[in-house]
Design a protein around this ligand. Structure first.
Ligand code: COA
Length: 203
């Protein structure tokens, strides 16, 4: 699965369009990953990334060859609102880790994250033929957990008290979805069901 052949130009839903990152997207990364609220929800460290860390992260994760990372654009306006990716690509076992950040906080809760996740899962299972997509999420990140559950991820374990945040310990929750589970959901929704937020049955 190495190289760019597995890397789509465009994944399009009703609400969002996923496209390859352009070098200019670094400006958005600088804002998103310097935000304490984004850091609180998504980062092991309590403080946001330093500028040099963001630059390195952008070049390795968003533009690099080892991850499949897509920019999330609001479809109606084409505005860049976030980024999502597959990392730790394990071709031998057909497995990847999924990550997502909607960096523009004013569009949180509009279904964009759920649809972007579904588009990535569709690509993983229907185009790449992967077997498993996994992720980890902090247990206090209820918005993220709801979005993942809606897409068919199931909780497979917990790293107990792995995160110190807001003055107490929290678990880190491990979730995954298997190709068989994705296909079963697709069958329930009908073979021609679009990927959009409202059309694939919730668990
Ligand atoms: C997590 C994230 C990707 C979700 O994307 P989103 O577009 O905001 O979320 P969606 O609108 O698609 O779905 C959110 C779900 O949580 C619910 N929700 C919204 N706000 C919520 C809140 N404050 N608390 C709990 N649930 C909430 C919504 O009702 C929806 O669930 P439903 O479809 O069952 O009704 C996005 O919020 C984000 O990037 N956050 C910051 C970084 C982050 O947390 N990344 C994930 C790290 S694992």
């Amino acid at each position: 699965m190495a190289g760019r052949a597995w890397f789509p130009e465009l994944l399009e839903g009703d609400l969002v369009a996923l496209r390859r990152h352009a070098p200019d997207n670094i400006a958005a990364f600088r804002r998103w990953y310097a935000d304490p609220e984004v850091a609180r929800l998504a980062r092991y460290q309590e403080t946001p990334m330093r500028v040099d860390e963001i630059e390195r992260f952008f070049h390795v994760r968003a533009l690099g060859e080892d991850s499949l990372t897509m920019a999330i654009h609001e479809r109606a306006t084409d505005r860049l609102v976030g980024s999502c990716s597959f990392s730790q690509v394990d071709g031998d076992n057909g497995s990847v880790m999924f990550h997502i950040t909607i960096g523009e906080k004013d569009v949180w809760g509009r279904g964009y994250g759920t649809e972007a996740t579904r588009l990535m899962l569709h690509h993983a299972f229907e185009t790449l033929g992967l077997h498993r997509v996994a992720l980890t999420v902090f247990e206090f990140n209820e918005r993220a957990i709801r979005a993942y559950l809606r897409c068919g991820f199931v909780v497979e374990g917990r790293a107990r008290e792995a995160i110190w945040r807001d003055g107490r310990w929290w678990d880190e929750v491990g979730m995954s979805i298997l190709a068989t589970e994705w296909q079963a959901r697709r069958r329930r929704s009908g073979p021609d069901a679009p990927i959009s937020t409202g059309t694939i049955a919730a668990p």
